[in-house]
Write a protein that binds this ligand. Structure first.
Ligand SMILES: [Cu+2]
Length: 282
């Protein structure tokens, strides 16, 4: 009995730290590695921090601003098909603004707020980067250059941007919009929830059928296989187009459609030939 009890106690003691959720951590005691690079041992990191050097073309700091940015799964719920998002998808500031970002990660995974395209003489790799692993907060400061420009802001953890953690930051009027900003600009690749056959699978099936037919009918005969290769090449080129046309059709309908196409082309050829004969006869 005592032995059982002690095993149970031991199991509980071992499992408790695993089960415990990571508590919210304020990453405010960072080690300064120089060149605007700060980090601690618990998953907090700032890269490209610049609190005092004016970018070329800025006579002075035009404005001092501070924002709080949240990152987490819950902010993506209003964007169908997305898994992660920032709470805000667009920011806009005056040129030469000094901005402090308080970045809060509301998830248990690692997230970043990363800006690209900054001048490299001031920001290593042209980047400003805040990162927090698990629930927590980190703060960083930078000074924007003077030009009107739209900067990409994203989380660079694998697939987080593709899954929605993406925003744009405009300095002045910006220089256009970026694609696939959730709720703001059109996705480059639209999600398709229609449930019909994906285009590729139908194209693959057609190619497979033709290959099998070729093997049955002509074996490895070089002349025919040469022709078949040309046929296959044309088929491969046309397959995606036809597959799109045939989406949702039964295989019988597809064959009927191909035959009607063939019939139309034969009729056209006959018409052209008769017209040519008519010309010669005159
Ligand atoms: Cu992330």
């Amino acid at each position: 009995m005592i032995k059982q009890l002690s095993i149970a106690t031991l199991a509980l003691a071992l499992s408790a730290p695993v089960l415990a959720e990571k508590e919210f951590e304020n990453h405010n005691n960072m080690m300064d590695h120089g060149d605007g690079h700060l980090m601690d041992m618990t998953g907090g990191m700032v890269m490209g921090q610049n609190t005092d050097t004016l970018p070329g073309g800025c006579d002075s700091i035009a404005a001092v601003k501070e924002i709080t940015v949240h990152a987490g799964h819950k902010y993506s719920e209003k964007f169908p098909g997305r898994m992660f998002a920032f709470d805000v998808q667009e920011y806009q500031f005056e040129p030469c603004t000094k901005l402090t970002i308080n970045f809060i990660n509301d998830d248990s995974v690692r997230h970043q707020w990363m800006m690209h395209g900054l001048p490299k003489y001031l920001y290593p790799k042209g980047m400003f980067h805040l990162e927090v692993t698990g629930p927590g907060k980190i703060s960083g400061t930078l000074i924007f250059p003077p030009a009107d420009k739209t900067y990409l802001v994203h989380c660079d953890i694998a697939q987080h941007m593709e899954k929605g953690m993406k925003a744009q930051l405009k300095i002045g009027k910006g220089d256009g919009d970026l694609p696939s900003i959730p709720g703001l600009t059109a996705y480059v690749i639209q999600d398709d929830y229609s449930g019909s056959n994906p285009e590729e699978s139908l194209a693959d099936t057609v190619v497979e059928e033709i290959t099998q037919m070729k093997n049955k009918v002509v074996g490895n005969d070089s002349f025919f296989s040469g022709l078949t290769v040309i046929g296959l090449a044309i088929g491969l080129l046309l397959a995606p187009l036809l597959a799109r046309k045939f989406k949702g059709m039964a295989i019988g309908e597809v064959i009927a459609y191909i035959f009607s196409l063939l019939k139309i082309s034969v009729e056209m050829i006959v018409k052209v030939i008769s017209w040519l004969i008519g010309l010669v006869k005159k």
